[in-house]
Design a protein around this ligand. Sequence first.
Ligand code: URA
Ligand code: SF4
Length: 210
Amino acid sequence: MKTVIDILKFYEELGAEYIKKINIKTKKEQLEEIFNSVKSCKKCELYKTRKNPVFGEGNADAKLMFVGEAPGKDEDIQGKPFVGRAGKLLNELLAEVGIDRDDIYIANCLKCRPPNNRDPNSEELSSCFFYLKQQISIIQPYVIGTLGRYSTYQLTNEKGALGTLRGKVFTFGKIKIVPLYHPAYLLRNPNAIDIFLTDLKRLKELIANA
Ligand code: URA
Ligand code: SF4
């Protein structure tokens, strides 16, 4: 679907001077700018030990966004979110309910890997939240599925266990927030996979009504 920005860009390319002055940036270009700031970010200590920052990836016009915790070993090496074991399971479960990874956007609370996959600390989370908020405000998804307790806490302020938060819908501004189990938790607790699939189906229904 062509957005207003696409149409303005078309006229800008044709050389319409008054449009050039407005300095239009596509969502993709805006995300690229934030990514560039992340590449040189030193707001917390994690930049010292990371191999690559993991900014996030996917469709800049996504109606559905997922937010995880932090890059793990494979993500740190490849610079991409959810490419390791947890990511593969996530892909399989998304496919099972008919959610296409090409239609969604995936990011994490932290853009750099905590050493040995330790839990993020509150200083790191608050330092990095700026970038996540920018991503959300550029993409403007209709729903965000928060994977695990850290992203759920960041976007809802709810500190409860996922077992009690899942199944509920919160809001972050105008955006609906749906807490979900983290795929790494599902690897350790495969009996929770059915609940996760139920939650993904509900997410799909929410988007269908968008
Ligand atoms: N776990 C996360 O929270 N994010 C990733 O990108 C990979 C594993
Ligand atoms: Fe910056 Fe976030 Fe990386 Fe910390 S984790 S250095 S705040 S990008």
